[in-house]
Design a binder for this molecule. Structure first.
Ligand code: ATP
Ligand code: MG
Length: 568
């Protein structure tokens, strides 16, 4: 990281090449104010890559006291729908950005776009072409060979106008005619070889305009005009549009729009162990590999939210990765560290036993309940304390006991001692097993002199967590891991689905939580001590709490899968 940052502030401003361009534009008086837009196509949910674009576009607008429009780029009715529109709005809002009145739809410009197309025809800069899609491809030529002009290229203006009007009126079936820009079939840039501006699409229902149109404009034609109509000054998009920039400029230069926005490209966010294309994400949902767009394993904003991510952590992550033109693959560990840092500061601690093993204190009276006062946060006293019950019968985690310990095991062993966090030191005096030899219960004694601290000269290294059996709340806990086993799913032409991690979800159906957690509402976050960060799922209710693991306490990937902390 090159810039100094204050970790307590999530919205620090990092200079990047785009902000430098804007500074220069402002210094030269090219704009009175800055206007950006975020232009999602409503054909899927937003993902963490979109968050990069959102943080950039809304962030730049904020920094320069400008504006950022939310514009739905909805010119391809086939895969677009209202569910996606609503989900996208919710996600942008949740990330902390407000568009206010500045909500736009490219489809609102259909009439104007049509008018500009007529203008292009009248100027002799567009024509109606009867080549079919395959012929257009053949005529286009290659990077090394120039294209061939369409036989319809010199059609008279009046005939073009008449045909175009009839296309709109529905006189021609799909695929028979297109409107094409008349630019240059010999251009080294293939995008300038008479690109298609309009195609005919009958029988699809657009989510806003219904069946009003059977003629739809292409992205390359719609985007620059939408930008210009909205007075966008800097149209920030991802690098795959670099080769389209000259077409963008051509469009705004050749129709009577009020201004000429500038397109600037930056590199997409790619994240390890994730896929980011909407086509693939849709496939994961439709083919049932995940439980929906908001499955906590998805890199979608909805998935990350359900996983327990905070908007602040996502914004911080987006600022940290920076904005450049260099291709990149960001480590998943970087995203995970950002959420860890954020949650460490913010969320209260709680005790939860995920793989319960009964522990009975033979020395502790049967009818006794002590209410221990425990801090909610080890470093932040403003977060207060809470009472937790301590009784004779407890649960501890199975992984915190070993009958025959391996070297370095600092937790409870047969005949050994361990500290129960916030409570007493206990000694295991007997191990109870069932007929198969499995451990079912530990019989222990406690040392009354050790409540909360070790007396002089007494050293007990291991500390484990626990809950009181009688008051414990039974819960389901979902442990999520990475959705893919390799950093670049589908690399080398492999089917990306072959790289799915079969162990990405591990559901524990009988966990025990400290009693206060019964009151957790969906979305409430906690650190389960020694286990990780968890959030109450939307499936959670008081009779049956359900928690999702957001992230482990430390980066355990690379150690064996499911590897856990040691007993410190
Ligand atoms: P697809 O996944 O099908 O390529 P898309 O991700 O481009 O689609 P859009 O809805 O068109 O989907 O994206 C809206 C905006 O978000 C665009 O400006 C796009 O450049 C930007 N964007 C999309 N993916 C990323 C990414 N991974 N990193 C940064 N910006 C992105
Ligand atoms: Mg796109």
């Amino acid at each position: 990281m090159s810039e100094k940052e204050d970790p307590k502030k999530t919205n620090f401003i990092r200079p990047n090449f785009i902000r430098r361009i804007i500074d220069e534009d402002l210094a030269h008086g090219r704009h009175a104010r800055i206007a950006t837009r975020f232009p999602p196509e409503p054909n899927g949910y937003l993902h963490i890559g979109h968050a990069k674009s959102i943080v950039l576009n809304f962030g730049v607008a904020e920094d320069y006291q400008g504006t950022c429009n939310l514009r739905f780029d909805d010119t391809n009715p086939h895969k677009e729908n209202r569910e996606y529109v609503e989900a996208i709005k919710e996600d942008v809002h949740w990330l902390g950005y407000a568009w206010g009145e500045r909500l736009y739809f490219a489809s609102d410009y259909f009439e104007q776009l049509y008018g500009f197309a007529v203008e292009l025809i009248e100027k002799g800069r567009a024509y109606v072409c009867a080549l079919d899609a395959e012929q257009i491809r053949e005529y286009r030529g290659t990077l090394t060979e120039p294209g061939q002009e369409s036989p319809y290229r010199e059609r008279p203006v009046a005939e073009n106008l008449d045909l175009f009007a009839h296309m709109r009126a529905g006189a021609f079936p799909d695929g028979t005619l297109t409107l094409r820009a008349k630019i240059d079939m010999a251009s080294p840039n293939l995008n300038l070889r008479d690109p298609v501006l309009y195609r005919i699409r009958h029988g699809v229902i657009h989510h806003r305009t219904g069946d009003e149109w059977c003629l739809y404009p292409t992205y390359d034609y719609t985007h620059p005009i939408s930008d210009a109509l909205e007075g966008i000054t800097h149209s920030l998009c991802t690098l795959e549009f670099e080769d389209h920039r000259s077409l963008y400029d051509w469009v705004v230069a050749n129709v009577s729009v009020p201004c000429r926005p500038r397109q600037i490209e930056f590199s997409r966010l790619n994240l390890e162990y994730a896929v980011m294309s909407k086509r693939r994400l849709t496939q994961l949902v439709d083919e049932g590999f995940v439980a929906g767009w908001d499955d906590p394993r998805m890199p979608s904003i909805a998935g990350l939210r359900r996983r327990g991510y905070t908007p602040e952590a996502i914004r911080t992550f987006c600022e940290r990765i920076g904005v450049t033109k260099a291709d990149n693959l960001v480590e998943m560990a970087m995203l995970e560290n950002t959420i860890r840092e954020d949650l460490d500061r913010k969320v209260p601690r709680a005790m939860a036993v995920l793989r319960p093993l009964r522990l009975v204190l033979e020395s502790y009276p049967e009818d006794r309940t002590e209410l221990l006062t425990v801090p909610n946060h080890p470093k932040d006293t403003t977060k207060g304390t809470r009472p937790i019950p301590f009784t004779r019968e407890l649960y501890i985690d199975r992984d915190d006991f070993m009958e025959e310990p391996v070297r370095g095991f600092k937790r409870l062993v047969a005949g050994g001692e361990v500290r129960l966090r916030n409570a007493y030191v206990v000694r295991c005096v007997r191990v109870v097993k069932d007929r198969t030899g499995a451990v079912v219960e530990l019989r222990c004694t406690h040392d009354p002199a050790t409540l909360g601290k070790n007396p002089e000269g007494r050293k007990v290294k291991g500390v484990i967590h626990w809950v009181s059996a009688r008051q414990a709340i039974a819960a389901e806990v979902r442990l999520y891991d990475r959705l893919f086993t390799v950093p670049e799913p589908g690399a080398g032409g492999r089917d990306f689905r072959a790289d799915l991690n079969p162990a990405s979800l591990h559901t524990l159906t009988l966990c025990f939580l400290e009693p206060g957690l019964a009151a957790a509402a969906p979305g409430d976050r906690f650190q389960f001590e020694r286990e990780g960060y968890f959030v109450a799922d939307k499936d959670s209710h008081p009779a049956r709490p359900v928690f999702n693991r957001t992230v482990t306490l430390r980066d355990t990937w690379g150690q064996k899968m499911g590897g856990r902390k040691t007993g410190d």
